[in-house]
Design a protein around this ligand. Structure first.
Ligand code: PMV
Length: 313
């Protein structure tokens, strides 16, 4: 078989509900127009070409080949990505989804998103045992999703149809890669949950409430409500202890100038906290703040297509 197949999967943003989603609360997830590409071609030996560490890719490859009973395959896997790594934009989930889909295609398996998503979830769990499964699900299906993990075996989601063009124009500020991994941040919240159960449960319930308000805000294209809810969400995430001092300072500045911002994803406590989702009716103000701090500010398109075939030759 002398073919080469290529697939891409998008990065993601959690608009509301990170951390709480690990405890069965809902989250609003979306994709961005930054993708990760995987191509596979036959080879005499197994090789992975990637600008990042190849350990997750290797694990993903072996896991999928085992599920498909094709451990004997020799493959050249090439990975390239537009998604910043370790910043809360779902680069590891995109990798898991793209590798699973490319292998399915290469080995002539049906393009079964449900099966691919389940496999990607198993791979994600290698990253952090307690994964909600939200990241791999949004990267598989794309668009906007209301997502809730009921139990390990039942993860419910529904596509949300928002009026794309009238949504608030969010700006992402890359606050820098956190020192902690997602797994460490999730474990930190678990520790708090075990130590101060009722206080933490209260915070998680409040996050559920703001996620529902966010849904209303986006659905009604109510920018004022969206801004208010982002601010409340950030405050709750700070109470969970997942936002660093540096990040808080920057977010206070955004708020002081009439905007709102929240961390997006697992966050980080010590140094930086990853991607910040920011909103201001005059978005130039956000670009100025980012510039002053020497940080990259990006405008992204939301609701992009999930994993897709990039063709073969
Ligand atoms: O930082 P990321 O992109 O890995 O997102 C993690 C989101 C959490 O809710 C903190 C964990 C999860 O599995 O949903």
């Amino acid at each position: 078989m002398e073919k080469k197949v290529e697939v891409s999967a998008p990065g993601k943003l959690i608009l509301s509900g990170e951390h709480a989603v690990v405890y069965g609360k809902p989250a609003i997830l979306t994709t961005v127009n930054r993708r990760l590409f995987v191509s596979i071609s036959p080879s005499l030996k197994n090789e992975i070409i990637t600008p990042e560490s190849s350990s997750l890719a290797k694990f993903a490859r072996d896991f999928v080949l085992k599920v498909l009973g094709r451990e004997e395959e020799k493959l050249r896997i090439e990975i390239s990505s537009e998604i910043p790594v370790g910043c809360g934009m779902g680069s590891s989930a995109a990798l898991a989804v793209a590798i699973a889909t490319t292998l399915f295609k290469y080995l002539n398996q049906p393009f079964d998103k449900e099966k691919i998503n389940q496999i990607a979830y198993e791979i994600e769990k290698k990253q952090h045992g307690n994964a909600s499964g939200g990241d791999n699900t949004i990267s598989t299906y794309g668009g906007f999703l209301w997502y809730r993990k009921e139990t390990e075996f039942l993860k419910l989601f529904k596509k949300l149809q928002f009026d794309f063009k009238r949504l608030p124009e969010f700006v992402l500020i890359n606050n820098g890669r956190p020192k902690e991994t997602t797994g460490e941040m999730v474990a930190g919240v678990r520790k708090l949950y075990e130590k101060e159960r009722s206080k933490t449960e209260r915070i998680l319930n409040q996050i559920e409430k703001v996620t529902k308000q966010m849904l209303e805000g986006l659905n009604q294209v109510n920018h004022r409500l969206v801004k208010l809810v982002i601010k409340e969400n950030e405050e709750l995430l700070e109470n969970l202890g997942v936002v660093s001092g540096f990040t808080k300072k920057m977010i206070r500045e955004i708020e002081g100038k009439g905007g709102a911002a929240k961390i997006c994803g697992a966050g980080g406590k010590i140094g930086r906290s990853g991607i910040i989702l920011a909103f201001h009716p005059q978005k130039e103000i956000l670009f100025e703040i980012a510039k002053k701090e020497n940080l990259e500010a990006l405008e992204v398109k939301l609701g992009e297509e999930g994993v897709k075939d990039e063709g073969e030759d």
